[in-house]
Design a protein around this ligand. Structure first.
Ligand SMILES: NC(=O)c1ccc[n+]([C@@H]2O[C@H](COP(=O)([O-])OP(=O)(O)OC[C@H]3O[C@@H](n4cnc5c(N)ncnc54)[C@H](OP(=O)(O)O)[C@@H]3O)[C@@H](O)[C@H]2O)c1
Length: 295
């Protein structure tokens, strides 16, 4: 049987690495995985996980989603000359009071999470259209559906990708009749145990950059950091749990547009839909994080 060709971005750690390992190890041997990462010096971790047993199901390629040429070069190295499933997973975080974020930091997050994802899709889209089939999965975030305090630019990038994917899904369902192709799925994650927090650009409380920030904002930020650390300690999912949701989307004959990794819509997201003026959501979020703060 012809293998399904899967190309995944951001496989040096976290969700991308786990997904690459899982698909390349699938006992059915139905997948050929192109695990891409921007820095091949980091490939040992992935190789350690597959223990050299996957010569026929795994290739590791260099790809930086902010560098169009590297995306084109990776595409040209796909031996099968087609990608059946594209997983846009690479992403970075940025946290802190908005007034201390440098233009470079903000630009970097938007370049990786937004433009990087979009230009990766662009490069593979025409091939999928030409071959008459394909599926694009994006690692989304609850921060792409509702705002998270002190994550303005990260959320902006993830909201924007949700919008772009909704549009692509709308036009692809119109095209499906003709082309039998293209499903876009957003796999919406809450907190996940990965290298995300290590790689996150975060303003630390002692940073000199925070000296310009007013005391009230700083105290809210401190509270938010405590909240984050509790949430990651108590409620973060393992990457293997996220991979199971990807597998649902990959195996489904008619995948949904959005999959929540906790299987139910998070209550805060629901509030945005049921209370469209937005104020109930704002109040609920403030209460959860800053409950005993003098508002
Ligand atoms: N962890 C969470 O709590 C969480 C929650 C919701 C959504 N997500 C999303 O899940 C996705 C994967 O994150 P993760 O949790 O697995 O974190 P992670 O372990 O930090 O993985 C992020 C991956 O993206 C790669 N990357 C960063 N910039 C890149 C670029 N310019 N080109 C190519 N790859 C690049 C990183 O490579 P390097 O090693 O080279 O930096 C790394 O392989 C992200 O899109 C993130 O926004 C994560």
């Amino acid at each position: 049987m012809e293998k399904k060709v899967v190309l995944i971005t951001g496989c040096s750690s976290g969700i991308g690495l786990s997904l690459a390992v899982r698909l390349a190890s699938d006992t059915s041997k139905v997948f050929k995985v192109y695990a891409t990462m921007r820095n091949l010096a980091k490939k040992e971790r992935l190789l350690d996980c597959v223990k050299g047993l996957h010569q026929d199901t795994l290739e590791i390629l260099q790809m930086d989603v902010t560098d169009r040429q590297s995306i084109l070069t990776a595409r040209d190295k796909v031996v099968e000359k087609r990608v059946d499933i594209l997983v846009c997973n690479a992403g970075v975080g940025l946290m802190g009071p908005l007034e201390v974020q440098s233009l470079d930091s903000m630009r970097h997050v938007l370049e990786v999470n937004l433009l990087g994802t979009i230009q990766t899709m662009q490069v593979f889209l025409s091939g999928m259209k030409a071959q008459g089939q394909g599926r694009i999965l994006v690692t989304g975030s609850t921060g792409g559906l509702h705002g998270l305090p002190f994550n303005e630019v990260y959320c902006a990038s993830k909201f924007a990708i949700e919008g772009a994917c909704e549009i692509l899904m709308t036009t692809s369902s119109l095209l499906t009749e003709i082309l039998k192709i293209k499903k876009y799925c957003s796999i919406t994650c809450g907190p996940v145990n990965s290298d995300f927090l290590i790689n996150l650009q975060k303003a630390e409380l002692g940073d000199s950059s925070l000296q310009q920030v007013d005391g009230r904002t700083l105290s809210l930020y401190e509270k938010y950091l405590q909240h984050c650390s509790t949430v990651f300690q108590n409620a973060a999912q393992d990457t293997e749990d996220i991979v199971e949701v990807f597998l649902d989307a990959i195996h489904s004959a008619s995948p949904a547009f959005r999959y929540f990794t906790n299987s139910v819509m998070p209550p805060l997201t629901k509030l945005k839909v049921t209370e469209p003026d937005g104020m109930e959501y704002i109040k609920a979020m403030s209460k959860i994080i800053f409950a005993d703060q003098d508002q």
